[in-house]
Design a protein around this ligand. Sequence first.
Ligand code: WT7
Length: 708
Amino acid sequence: MPKSKASSRPPKSKPANGKLTEAQIAVHWKEEQYFYPTKEFKAQANLVDPAFVKKFSEKNFPKCFNVYANLLSWDKKWKKTLDTSKPPFWKWFVGGKLNASYNCVDRHLAEHKNKAAFIFVPEPENEPAQVLTYRELYIRVNETAAMLRDFCGLKAGDRVTIHMPMIPELPITMLACARLGVVHSVVFGGFSGEACGLRAADSGSRILIYADGYYRNGKWIDHKGNADVAIETAKKEGQRIDKVLVWRRYPGHTRTESPMVTGRDYIVEEVLRDYRGKIVEPVSLDAEAPLFLMYTSGTTGKPKGCQHRTGGYLAYAAGTSKFYQDLHPSDVYWCMADIGWITGHSYIVYGPLALAATSVLYEGVPQFPDAARPWRIAERLGVNIFHTSPTAIRMLRKAGADEPKKYNYSFKHMTTVGEPIEPEVWRWYYEVVGKNKAAIVDTWWQTETGGFLITTKPALDRMKPGSAGPAALGIFPVIWDENNKEVKAGQHAAGNICIRNPWPGIMQTIWGNPDRFVQQYYAKYCKNPKSKKWQDWPYFAGDGAMLSADGYYRILGRVDDVINVAGHRLGTKEIESACLSVPEIAEAAVVPVVDEIKGRVPEVYISIKPGMTPNKQVIDKVISTIETMIGKIARPKKIHVVPDMPKTRSGKIMRRVLAAISNRMHTGDITTLANPDIVEQIRELVQGRDATPLADGPEDIRLFGEQG
Ligand code: WT7
């Protein structure tokens, strides 16, 4: 292994206008030592041929992506790979027809009907794992599709909101929707009923699909009650919900305190009696037919529904699963994410199933009942591909650094995704969890992108802890600063990472808001709004990144008002508007604070309306309001009650200054504020009188774009 090479530290540039731009943030990391895939891994890998990689060079774009589309079975072959006539609303595999459920289920029956499609691992350890073969999955998806069509009256193009935990009935329901062309919108089970209701209303769903409850961290969570709240919320938004279908976690009995409303709520098990053995022909859909919506947080208060297409998305999920997850039908693959996030859609359900793999579905939290649970599951099921987030890795390392050694499992491949991983944490993952042999991919992508954009090719590229790697096949990134100047490799500076070209996994639009789609992702670096050439429409990802001399990208985190908590996106504006709905609150500002385990957590600053008292009840009300409006994942680490917010002369709250205080960093230049004196007051309040900021402030702690 080559020795590590420390990079020279560039001189610090002084920001001219009091603001740091991306490119001015000098990056101080030292270069890490490389790691290499083993001979054993290479010998069996799907992607080993450098000639294959060449096929994805820029001159072969967009045709190169036919290779991904050819992994699928099409009812009708596409006529054109990419249509750019209405930028940035790209069309992929134009004229092609297919069905995602057919591709993930039916077509595997001939060869794999008795193979496990899913292995469901309940959280309670005394409950045995349940195997769902491809044949069984086929039967259940068909019966469910029959119910959705004939009992709910759903047809292609209708939307359905699914608010469910990690039980097999969740992917069964998704695939049943896909069979009919019904657009599913899965809301993460941990979100509140209100959050679900808002999303259901935005998507125009009249059917909600729930589960009665589930186990999480040793506790039974009664989930169905959220449906009642969701319906009320949707109603306020002008959306009527006709039916709630409730799956039972335990067949034979319903476990919820929430009453079933006659004529509205139905137990799926009971309804399904009428559909036993029913077969529903998969509906042949246009490649561009929407497959699902996935709501995600953005810069405004309202979450946006990322709309993904059938053909391009499935092709991209399948291709990246094959070449980067190295999935073979014989593998046992476990992605520990939740299906309620994009990772679960692409890399628990659609990608693995398109390739006839076996995908493990775990109900609970990794540390239940102890931090060795994942390794027991891996040993027991023979998991050989493992996929999780830096937050989970940090947590498992902290709670049981030596536990993996005690278990006799063997991973050939591991993934880290969702947040930057510290090199030290990466090395523990490699050495201890991966037992010094598993190839690691650090995959950078987003809800919007459908699949991986930056990752190493596991058998071909060396690994570098903390850096995601080079671009994925057929992806051509570029880093630009705020003045449209390219930040080049080895420049030791950061900028905004963009993708110059379209790719099949990119979302189609924001549901119901095409203007926001253009504004959010394409307006910033569009070279010519009239142009019909894709070259003029780079995709702006909203992340800061830097490029090393070796061509590896290091992702630094969001440049917008999005906080990435434990790999999950929260909009600061969403939390702030929850705070402001508490009558006593005058102003609210939410900032990201570095957390040892979760990467970032939100801290909340509030000021109270004149004449009202800032007591504990008010603070408790703020917390409970955040939890009801968004969910427990948005629970702030701390709430600071301040006399006033630091503001610019135009009255804008300077979140950057508050974030610096919370993170014990220098507050930077505050002389231009309307009320500079408040800063010291707030600092004392938060840090105590004698605290001193960190000498220089770690510059890898990025405070959303430094835009204030
Ligand atoms: C944001 C997207 C990707 C699926 C899960 C999250 C951050 C994602 C990495 C990585 C550093 C990463 C980015 C991105 N992110 N992967 N490998 N290294 N940061 O999807 O909820 O849409 O969040 O997660 O900031 O923009 P998401």
